[in-house]
Design a protein around this ligand. Structure first.
Ligand code: B1M
Length: 217
C-alpha cells in the first residue's frame, strides 16, 4: 500500500507497531504533517466510526484506534508549521462538554490554534459549564470553545448557552462550537436565535482558526 493508505489502515486496525517508522517515511516523502492528519489519519477514523456505527467493530477496538490516532498526532505535531511571535492573538478556553469523553478533535483544535498564535487553555473532557466559566475568568479568555461528539452533547451545549445567559455572561465571551453531531443550521439558526451573545459553528479545526480572529475583540 502507498504510505498514506498504510497510515489510514493503521488507524482502522489499531496497529501502533512500526507507526513511528511509517510517520517518518511519510514526512521523508515530503508529505506535510497536517496533510497526513487531514487526508489520511482522519479518513481512517471515519472508517472506524462507520464500522462501529454499523456494529462491525466493538468499542475496545475503537479505543485502540483512538490511541493510534493520538500517537500519530503526537509524532506529527512537532513537524507542523508554527507562526512565531511573543504576543498571543487571543485566548480561548477549550473543553469537551459534560458527559462526553471524545477529545481527539478538541486536541487537534488546540494544536492548530496554538500553532497559529493563540493561547489555548485546554481544560479537558467532561467539563461542566461552571469549569469553563471559571477558567475563562482566571485566564481572561476572549472566547469559550466547546467540543462534543455525542448527539446528547448538542443538548448540553444548548444548556450551557442558557446557563451563560442566565448568569448574565452571554455578552462576555463569544462561544465557538464544534463536533461531529452538530450542524451549521442547529448552531447558527436554532442556538444563535436563543442566545443573546455570539455563537458560531466550526466544521473543522481550520474553520475554528478562521473564526477566532472576528471572535477575539
Ligand atoms: Co465514540 N461515538 N463513543 N468513542 N466515537 C462516536 C462519536 C459515534 C458517532 C460513533 C458511531 O456510532 N458511529 C457515536 C455517537 C453517536 C451519537 O451520539 N448519536 C459514539 C458513541 C456512541 C460512543 C459511546 C457512547 C460508546 C459506548 O460507550 N457505547 C462512548 C461515549 C462515551 C462518552 O463520551 N460518555 C464512546 C467512546 C469512544 C471512545 C472512548 C472509544 C473513542 C474516543 C477516544 C477519545 O476521543 N479520546 C471514540 C471514538 C474514537 C469515536 C469515533 C469513531 C471517532 C471520533 C474522532 O476522534 N474523530 C466517532 C465516530 C465519528 O465521529 N465518525 C465516535 C476524529 C476527530 C478529529 O473528529 O472530534 O469530529 P471530531 O473533530 C473534528 C470536527 O468535529 C471539529 O474539528 C475536528 C477536525 O478538524 N471539531 C471542532 C471538534 N471539536 C471542535 C471544537 C471547535 C472547533 C472544531 O471549537 C471549539
Amino acid at each position: 500500500l502507498p504510505i498514506g493508505e498504510r497510515l489510514a489502515r493503521r488507524i482502522v486496525d489499531g496497529n501502533k507497531k512500526g507507526l513511528e517508522a511509517d510517520v517518518d517515511e511519510a514526512l521523508g516523502a515530503g508529505m506535510k504533517a497536517l496533510d497526513i492528519v487531514n487526508e489520511h489519519l482522519l479518513g481512517g477514523m471515519q472508517v472506524v466510526g462507520e464500522l462501529f456505527g454499523s456494529g462491525q467493530m466493538q468499542l475496545p477496538f475503537v479505543l485502540q484506534s483512538a490511541e493510534v490516532m493520538k500517537s500519530a498526532v503526537a509524532l506529527l505535531e512537532p513537524h507542523m508549521e508554527k507562526i512565531g511571535g511573543e504576543t498571543t492573538k487571543g485566548t480561548i478556553v477549550l473543553a469537551t462538554v459534560r458527559g462526553d469523553v471524545h477529545d481527539i478533535g478538541k486536541n487537534l483544535v488546540d494544536i492548530i490554534l496554538t500553532n497559529n498564535g493563540y493561547k489555548v487553555v485546554n481544560i479537558g473532557i467532561k467539563q461542566p459549564i461552571s469549569a469553563m466559566i471559571e477558567a475563562a475568568e482566571e485566564h481572561d479568555a476572549d472566547v469559550i470553545g466547546m467540543s462534543g461528539l455525542l448527539v446528547k452533547s448538542t443538548v448540553v451545549m444548548k444548556e450551557n448557552l442558557e446557563e451563560l445567559a442566565a448568569r448574565g455572561l452571554a455578552e462576555r465571551w463569544p462561544v465557538l462550537l464544534g463536533g461531529a453531531a452538530l450542524t451549521r443550521t442547529y448552531v447558527e439558526d436554532d442556538l444563535a436565535g436563543l442566545f443573546p451573545g455570539t455563537v458560531r459553528y466550526a466544521r473543522d479545526a481550520f474553520e475554528g482558526l478562521r473564526l477566532m480572529e472576528p471572535l477575539v475583540r
